[in-house]
Design a protein. Structure first.
Length: 256
C-alpha cells in the first residue's frame, strides 16, 4: 500500500511561490542544469554570439537542447526562419510533458492564462521535479509553486549562461562539451528512480532499446516517437497480462 504524501502548509500563493523557489535549491537536477547552461554560454561565445544575445535566449527559449539547435544553426549560416523552424520542431518533444503536467495544476478557479508560465517552463528538469513535488502541494497552490520553481530555474540558468560566456576562454573545450551531457544522464537516472512497477521498467527498457533505432530516421522528434511507442507497448503488454490474470482467477473460481 503506497504512502500518502504529507501536504505542505502553504496558506497563500505568495508562500507557495517562495516554497517553489527554495525547492529549486534542494534539487540536484537544478545544479546539473546550471552546469549545463554554463556549457551553453561557452558554446555561444565560441560561436561568435554576444553575451546579451545568449542571456536573452536563455530567458526566452529556455530549453537547453533548443538553444543548442539555435546556436548551431545560426553559427552554420542558416537564416533566422530556418533556425526558428528547427527550434519549433525540437519543442514538439516537450508537448507530452506539458499535457501530462497541466491537468495536475488545474483547479476549479484556474484560467487558461494562469497556465501560460508553467507551460513555458516545462522542460525536462522542471517536469521531473514538479511531478515529484506537487503531490505535497495543495491543488489551489500548485500553479504558484510551479511558477516560483520555474522562475528560480530560469534566473539561475541565465546567471550560469552569463558565467559560461564570460569564462569560456578558461574552460577546456572537452569540459564545455562534457557538461552538456549531464542533463540527459540525470534525467535517465531520475526515470530509473521513479520506476516503481513492472510496466514502468518495461517502458524504460523498451525506450532505451528503441532510441538508437529511431535516431537513424532523423525525424527531429525522436524522443516523442520513442515515448509514444515504448509507453504504448508497455501499457499494451501490462493490459494483456492483467486480463489474463483476471481470466485465470475467474476460471479457478468457477472450477468445481
Amino acid at each position: 500500500m503506497s504512502e500518502v504524501p504529507e501536504i505542505w502548509d502553504l496558506p497563500t500563493n505568495a508562500v507557495a511561490f517562495r516554497r517553489g523557489v527554495t525547492h529549486m535549491f534542494s534539487s540536484v537536477m537544478s545544479y546539473v542544469l546550471a552546469a549545463t547552461f554554463m556549457g551553453i554560454g561557452a558554446l555561444a561565445h565560441d560561436s561568435g554570439l554576444g553575451l546579451d544575445w545568449v542571456v536573452i535566449s536563455t530567458a526566452l527559449v529556455w530549453a537547453g537542447p533548443a538553444q543548442l539547435i539555435l546556436i548551431s544553426t545560426l553559427s552554420s549560416g542558416a537564416s533566422i526562419v530556418q533556425a526558428a523552424l528547427a527550434v519549433t520542431l525540437s519543442a514538439i518533444r516537450l508537448l507530452p510533458m506539458v499535457v501530462s503536467l497541466l491537468p495536475l495544476l488545474r483547479h476549479r478557479d484556474t484560467r487558461t492564462i494562469d497556465l501560460a508560465l508553467p507551460s513555458h517552463f516545462t522542460a525536462v528538469t522542471f517536469w521531473v521535479e514538479s511531478l515529484r513535488a506537487i503531490p505535497q502541494v495543495p491543488r489551489e497552490r500548485r500553479i504558484a509553486f510551479c511558477n516560483g520553481f520555474g522562475i528560480g530555474l530560469v534566473v539561475t540558468s541565465t546567471i550560469a549562461t552569463a558565467m559560461g560566456h564570460v569564462l569560456s576562454d578558461q574552460l577546456p573545450p572537452q569540459l564545455s562539451s562534457g557538461i552538456l551531457m549531464l542533463t540527459p544522464i540525470v534525467f535517465l537516472l531520475s526515470m530509473v528512480e521513479a520506476a516503481k512497477t513492472a510496466r514502468d521498467w518495461l517502458a524504460l527498457v523498451l525506450g532505451l532499446i528503441a532510441m538508437p533505432l529511431v535516431m537513424q530516421l532523423d525525424t527531429g522528434v525522436d524522443l516523442l516517437i520513442v515515448g509514444l511507442v515504448a509507453g504504448s507497448m508497455a501499457y499494451g503488454v501490462s493490459r494483456i497480462l492483467r486480463v489474463r490474470r483476471e481470466a485465470d482467477t475467474m476460471h479457478r473460481g468457477d472450477a468445481p
